[in-house]
Design a protein around this ligand. Structure first.
Ligand code: UDP
Length: 374
């Protein structure tokens, strides 16, 4: 009796050459499996993609600063690049006033003149009492409870409302919990144990993962679905889950972004990699000066202005909008996904989660272990 014969050309078709798909392809190859990776863009690496311009690694889809608390994830990514000791310490500009982020003693000192943690805490407590919020139920209430009304109004409200295109009262509080609130003079934006930028950019990481793996760029899975569905035993899908199911329950919402990259003939434009513009009237949320991620000493500089944009079907999806309505819709798609025997879903778009890079890596490694039953 013959065993089951596999007739398909590939073991896995991987839709999307971002970090989730590339880790899957790399790990599958290590286990003797053959993958085809396809991407609709003209390059690999998804939104982590960096491109060298004037010798500066430009983060083409927004700043990517690697941080994690997991030694496992840190060791994993360090196989593919050497990381520097970069610590993200953004500054926020509100109508010519400059504040340190995240919210810490430097911010409180600048805002109120307080110098001790006790004074800062009592100022926040007083503002919280005045606002009469007992149990915060949205981003605005959560922010005021954490840092008080003054900081909310100058550093959070305008930024948040332009970033998300909706009122801060209509946003989930978990979004603001991404930022630490600290009663020390420490401007580190992240609390994680490990942090850095890969020396030489992110694209090399994905190149190494995809070494000797077939990659097709500029191709759209949905334009040739029948062909791609028959090419491999299984599919790893990292695109939008609602599109995979032809929007049968409805459309999940996203927020989009537009990036404006500029080369400037100055060596140091803003003195920091990340400067946030928190007032509502300025249409971009932040300016990134890329050379500072790698302590570059080039003659010129490259900056990127990041403009939040509305999203509708066909636009680039960047941020999932995880409110109740969308989470419920996602749950219905997830039920369909859970029944699939030959499709694996993963990444920010397929899981509809506001994932950072380190979380995608952890999720990809979990899926890999499950797939290969390790
Ligand atoms: N945020 C803010 N002011 C800032 C920076 C961030 O109000 O100067 C809020 C805003 O709501 C934003 C959220 O914090 O969406 C998360 O910020 P983060 O920097 O983590 O966002 P990302 O880098 O993923 O866009």
């Amino acid at each position: 009796m013959s065993k089951e014969v596999h007739t398909k050309k590939y073991d896995y078709l991987i839709v999307g050459a971002g970090i989730f798909g590339s880790i899957f392809a790399y790990e599958a190859k290590k286990r003797g499996k053959k993958s085809l990776v396809i991407d609709k863009r003209n390059h690999i690496a998804g939104n982590m993609y960096t491109e060298s311009i004037e010798g500066i690694n430009v983060h083409k889809y927004g700043a990517h600063i690697f941080h994690t608390n997991s030694k496992n994830v840190w060791d994993y990514i360090n196989q593919f690049a050497e990381f520097n000791r970069y610590t993200n310490a953004p500054v926020a500009i509100y109508k010519n006033e400059l504040y340190n982020l995240p919210f810490n003693m430097n911010t409180f000192n600048k805002m109120w003149g307080v110098t001790t943690p006790e004074q800062a805490k009592s100022k926040i407590e007083q503002e919280r009492k005045n606002s009469k919020i007992e149990k915060p139920s949205n981003l605005e209430e959560q922010a005021i409870s954490l840092v008080g009304k003054d900081i909310y109004e100058k550093l959070i409200k305008g930024y948040t409302e332009k970033q998300w295109g909706r009122d801060a009262k209509d946003l989930p509080s978990f979004i603001i919990n991404r930022l630490p609130v600290r009663f020390t003079y420490d401007n580190n934006y992240f609390n994680d144990k490990y942090q850095g930028i890969p020396i030489g950019g992110y694209t090399q990481i994905i190149e190494k993962m995809l070494l000797d793996i077939e990659v097709e760029l500029n191709v759209n899975y949905f334009s040739n679905r029948e062909h791609y569905d028959n090419i491999a035993e299984k599919i790893v899908f990292t695109g939008m889950i609602d599109e995979y199911y032809e929007y049968e329950y409805g459309i999940l919402d996203y927020r989009s972004l537009k990036f404006e990259h500029e080369k400037l003939s100055v060596s140091n434009y803003q003195g920091n990699a990340v400067v946030n513009y928190t007032e509502r009237e300025i249409p971009y949320t932040r300016i990134i000066e890329h050379k500072h991620f790698e302590y570059g000493d080039q003659e010129n500089t490259v900056i990127t202005k990041e403009y939040p944009a509305s999203w509708s079907k066909g636009d680039e999806p960047y941020y999932p909008i995880n409110n109740d309505k969308n989470n419920e819709l996602y749950r219905k798609y997830k039920e369909l996904a859970d029944q699939e025997k030959a499709v694996i879903f993963g990444g920010r778009l397929a899981e509809y989660k506001y994932y950072d890079m380190h979380q995608v890596i952890a999720a990809a490694l979990t899926k890999v272990n499950k797939e290969f039953e390790e």
